[in-house]
Design a protein around this ligand. Structure first.
Ligand code: G6P
Length: 441
């Protein structure tokens, strides 16, 4: 008899969960999940109840024998699970809203994963994830931790540096990029291959092939000067043709914050006056979604979920689990330990690159692109150094590492501003940053 296939979703009350359920249903034949545990914290009780009830209706409609459990007992959920996924938001959307607003006070970009906002999120999140890892080490040491929690690359790096847990960091951008490229070139996504290099939310599509024929130049032409080539959560400001040609690779949407810093800041400041930050917008979308989820007749993922930035998230997650489970040896773009693949970065940091996925996990593939050019290497190295320092700051409550992280970040670049922003972050997050308790006012 085959062993029961159990999956634990930490942060199960998230509004994204119906996506994941849809993914499990679609792929049931290849990934015959027996037990699905949705776990959350007490403060998320109502959300978990609502999302869980919708999940039950979706599974019933599909007529599948998946047992669904809702619990606040994390260890019970993790015990003997083959896969643990995390999609948590420490401090919920209020904390995200603060992360986005604090930098704006100082004329700096306010974003949930990039720059000072991402730094604050990492400080809050890493200790909680390391705690989850302790549970995994104790009650399910063979489980894979698939981490979606942002900032996903930094969180993955903390896990690989400080625990024994087998982990892979996951983001929807790679699969979203592949879908977008297929749409732009008017071909089926199954015919498209892409190579990506970089780190999470700071990566470049180095090459695009359609049925083995390289199309990178064509895609660069298409994405220049047009709308509609950004993810939902990032302002759709057009890439300038000459600039994109000089990059020579396709930048991910988040690179707008670096390459078009002034325009993006101007847009954020305008939005702040009119509709607030992205977190404020997401709060409204979430209210709408949870109202829909409460409908006892709803038994499918509502299309309104597509207003969120995490499109294709379930596809990325279920693809990964299915390939590990079936030892598929296919190629997916995920976050793993570098181990020399990007030679300009240390071996023990996390990178987001093409990997072979099999029952052992994800093994990074040698790049087909020759060494990364200086304009990409330079930005990558400095942001990675910021990430390394951020991990140290988060794990050890190391104020000096935090100060250096913020100061060298290309979206901050000033010791004085770093100090002021850091102080606001520490004061605004008192209850979530016990590792920094000695530094607060
Ligand atoms: C993108 C990113 C995700 C992020 C999401 C935010 O797709 O890749 O890492 O979580 O957007 O979307 P939201 O709707 O919460 O702003």
């Amino acid at each position: 008899m085959r062993k029961k296939l159990k999956v634990a979703v930490i942060g199960g009350g998230s509004s994204y969960t119906p996506e994941l359920i849809e993914g499990f249903i679609k792929r049931y034949q290849e990934f015959p999940i027996d037990e699905l545990y949705l776990v959350d914290i007490e403060a998320g009780r109502e959300k978990l109840k609502t999302v869980g009830a919708l999940a039950v209706r979706m599974i019933e409609k599909a007529g599948l024998p998946i047992e669904l459990h809702m619990t606040f007992d994390r260890r019970e959920a993790i015990k003997d699970a083959a896969f643990v996924t995390t999609q948590i938001r420490v401090g919920m959307l209020d904390a995200r809203s603060r992360d986005e607003k604090i930098p704006l006070r100082y004329g700096l970009l306010g974003q949930e994963t990039t720059g000072a906002g991402g730094f604050a999120k990492a400080l809050r999140t890493i200790p909680v994830i390391l705690d989850i890892c302790k549970d995994i080490e104790e009650v399910s040491p063979h489980a894979f931790l698939l981490n979606f929690t942002n900032p996903a690359g930094i969180v993955t790096e903390a896990v690989t540096k400080y625990t024994k847990v087998k982990t892979i960091g996951l983001c929807n951008l790679p699969i979203g990029t592949k879908m977008l490229v297929a749409k732009m070139l008017g071909v089926d996504v199954s015919k498209v291959e892409i190579e990506m290099a970089g780190i999470n939310h700071l990566n470049w599509t180095t090459k695009v092939w359609v049925e083995g024929i390289e199309k990178t130049g064509e895609v660069l032409d298409i994405i220049s000067g047009v709308k509609g080539v950004s993810v939902k959560n990032i302002p759709d400001i057009e890439w300038e043709r000459e600039f994109i040609q000089s990059v020579g690779m396709i930048p991910c949407s988040y690179l707008r914050y670096y390459y078009m810093k002034d325009k993006m800041l101007e847009k954020q400041l305008q939005d702040l006056e009119t509709k607030g930050t992205r977190a404020d917008e997401v709060k409204k979308v979430e209210e709408e979604l949870f109202a829909l989820y409460q409908d006892p007749f709803l038994n499918r993922k509502p299309p309104q979920l597509e207003k969120r930035g995490g499109a294709y998230y379930s596809e990325a997650a279920v693809n990964l689990m299915t390939s590990i489970y079936n030892n598929k040896k296919d190629i997916q773009i995920v976050n793993v330990k570098n181990n020399g693949i990007l030679s300009c970065l240390p071996d023990d940091v996390s990178v987001e690159v093409n990997c072979v996925i099999d029952s052992e996990g994800a093994t990074p593939l040698q790049l087909k692109t020759a060494a990364l050019p200086p304009h990409i290497r330079g930005l990558l190295q400095v942001v990675k150094a910021y990430e390394e320092l951020t991990v140290e700051a988060a794990v050890h409550g190391d104020y000096q590492a935090g100060m250096q992280a913020l100061t060298i970040h290309p979206l901050i670049g000033s010791a004085e501003l770093a100090k002021r922003v850091f102080s606001d972050i520490l004061n605004g997050n008192k209850e979530f940053l016990p590792q920094f308790s000695r530094y607060k006012d």
